[in-house]
Design a protein around this ligand. Structure first.
Ligand code: MF3
Ligand code: CO
Ligand code: CO
Length: 257
């Protein structure tokens, strides 16, 4: 078990810059989400954008992962591989997850998009997943325990009759892609390590309409789908613990200011 890193001011600034670039890639790609567009094209735009800004996509070549983003449609929980065969159609919901390496520092964020008109149940799971992330973020302050992030997320998801994916978690991030600690999105109140100023980690709840369990595609070894084929939604930010609370390093909209 490795220690949870406390980042220096210099490291925090580097991770902030990388996080801002990852967040701005998600804003940029929003204009291209349309009926008939394939996800490999979206990935190529993200790839070019990241390189144009002097950074590298962290996923490309990571444990053999072949693309510069993860694009996960409908029942895909996470790690959807962009492909020319995956073409957006009206009613689809999708998560795009971008991780950048800028100046050696990692920033990791994802959000949901919709194609044309989507059902009310699709809108609802997207809204609940976003609120789950926000409730988790509101738990970030020195002295609070990591388990309280998963506690509030689990409670809110359950109140909406959704389930929380436990097979994929948030993670420390910044110097490396996946650092300690593992950030569980469903957890016991007042469990886990204590948050301290200078810690940086992701919160990235995956919320399912049906069962919590997932199945990884046997052919590609990556694509994780809900085991019952029902919808899943996810949002992710990279968060810094500050002396009096949190800073959302991947927020480019000023939403958390
Ligand atoms: N960005 C993902 C995360 O939030 C990890 C993707 S790893 C990949 O942790 F290899 F699938 F790209
Ligand atoms: Co992550
Ligand atoms: Co991510």
């Amino acid at each position: 078990m490795s220690e949870i890193l406390i980042k220096t001011e210099e490291q925090i600034e580097g991770i902030r810059q990388s996080g801002q670039l990852a967040g701005s890639a998600l804003v940029m790609i929003g204009d291209y989400i349309k009926d008939g567009v394939d996800t490999d094209y979206l990935d190529k735009l993200i790839h070019e954008y990241i390189l144009d800004h002097g950074a590298i996509p962290a996923t490309l070549g990571y444990s053999g992962y072949p693309k510069s983003s993860c694009i996960s449609l409908n029942e895909v929980v996470c790690h959807g591989i962009p492909s020319k065969e995956t073409v957006l159609k009206p009613g689809d919901i999708l998560n795009i997850d971008v991780t950048t390496i800028l100046g050696g520092y990692f920033g990791d964020t994802s959000k949901m998009y919709t194609v044309g008109e989507v059902t009310n149940s699709a809108k609802k799971i997207i809204d609940v997943a976003k609120h789950c992330l926000d409730l988790g973020i509101q738990q970030v302050r020195p002295g609070n325990q990591f388990g309280n992030i998963g506690f509030v997320i689990g409670r809110y998801a359950k109140a909406n009759r959704y389930s929380v994916v436990y097979e994929f978690c948030g993670h420390g991030v910044g110097i490396d892609f996946h650092e300690a600690p593992q950030v569980d999105h469903i957890a016991r109140r007042n469990s886990g390590p204590m948050m301290q100023p200078g810690m940086i980690f992701t919160i990235e709840p995956m919320i399912n309409e049906g069962r919590a369990t997932t199945k990884v595609d046997k052919n590609d070894g990556w694509t994780a789908r809900t085991s019952d084929g029902k919808l899943s939604a996810q949002y992710e930010h990279t968060i810094l613990v500050t002396p009096d609370g949190f800073e959302v390093l991947t927020d480019v909209t000023g939403e958390y200011k």
